[in-house]
Write a protein that binds this ligand. Structure first.
Ligand code: BJW
Length: 244
């Protein structure tokens, strides 16, 4: 099976945790996933952070530390090649915060749920900044800029938690791409359980403009019937052949 791509095809790719699984990054909801043994609200909501910032920082510091030595895989690289072929007729919307698409060389990309290796202040409007620190278990880091003004303000990971808005401009860019593409749109979702909105709504948006949808996933997720084509298997194995 191959995805038909001609000179007018626009490809919107949505990636989830499954695309990074073969690089060694755990998914969220699979057995042995990141949330196993965690109350999701405690580690992935603003309320959880407010209640116990040390717990949340421990969770994200462990994930930062676990990224050491992790590299993009054949699926990340196949998307870079596709982007080189299509130019502005390509857009990658990733739910992942692991930075592996950028490490592989993807450029036409939006990060829907933030970035693991960035932090931001909970109080001031300082721009999110690169931060690879895995903080010690008893440390919730403070904003240096606020401290300079005599105020103690917590830093937080630059992650979009449940109930929070996506970063400014992200949905606008995706919606503009979909509406420009219209019937020429191919929507390709890879390694995502399709449970989290607004990402989960992109397959509907594709149908509404008359585009075609593909899903590449290890297992058949609950929303599989919404897609025109479903390919089951590991992304790093399946994707390169689909895009030749
Ligand atoms: C493989 C594989 C291999 C394994 N190859 N495949 C509409 C309806 C209902 C609810 C809502 C709605 N709109 C909004 C909501 C609320 C909420 C939501 O969606 N709730 C649902 C759970 C019901 N959404 C939000 O709150 C979002 N915000 C929002 O909409 O704001 C609106 C707003 C407006 C005005 C004011 C204020 C707000 C924000 C969502 C943020 C999600 N953040 C998280 C956690 C933080 C990131 C982090 O800690 O790293 O992002 S949730 C978590 O799930 C993470 C992921 O990006 C996301 C998706 O998970 P993903 O990637 O699909 O992973 P898994 O583990 O679920 O699945 C992996 C898949 O891969 C599996 O299927 C495997 O089989 C497969 N796989 N190995 C291929 N080798």
């Amino acid at each position: 099976m191959r995805i038909a791509i001609d000179n007018s095809t626009h490809v919107l790719v949505l990636t989830g945790a499954g695309i990074s699984a073969e690089s060694g990054v755990p998914t969220f909801r699979d057995a042995g996933g990141l949330w196993e043994g965690h109350d999701v609200t405690a580690v992935a909501s603003p309320e959880g952070f407010e209640a116990d910032p040390l717990l949340v920082w421990r969770f994200y510091s462990q994930r930062r530390a676990a990224m050491t030595g992790i590299e993009p895989n054949a699926a990340h690289r196949a998307l870079v090649e596709l982007e080189h072929r299509l130019g502005d007729r390509f857009l990658l919307a990733t739910q992942n915060v692991d930075g592996l698409h950028a490490a592989a060389g993807s450029e036409r990309m939006v990060e829907m749920h933030g970035g693991l290796m960035r932090s931001r202040c909970t109080r001031c409007d300082r721009h999110p900044f690169a931060d690879t620190t895995a903080y010690k278990p008893n440390v919730a880091p403070l904003c240096g800029q606020c401290r300079g003004r005599g105020v103690d303000a917590l830093l937080r990971p630059d992650i979009v938690w449940f109930g929070e808005r996506l970063p400014a401009g992200v949905l606008d860019r995706i919606e503009a791409f979909v509406s420009t593409a219209g019937r020429r749109l191919v929507f390709l979702a890879i390694g995502t359980s399709g449970l989290v909105h607004p990402a989960a709504g992109l397959v509907d948006a594709t149908r509404q403009v008359g585009g075609t949808s593909w899903l590449v996933n290890l297992e058949r997720p609950a929303n599989a019937s919404q897609f025109d084509h479903v390919v089951l298997g590991p992304a790093a194995h399946e994707l390169p052949g689909l895009l030749v």
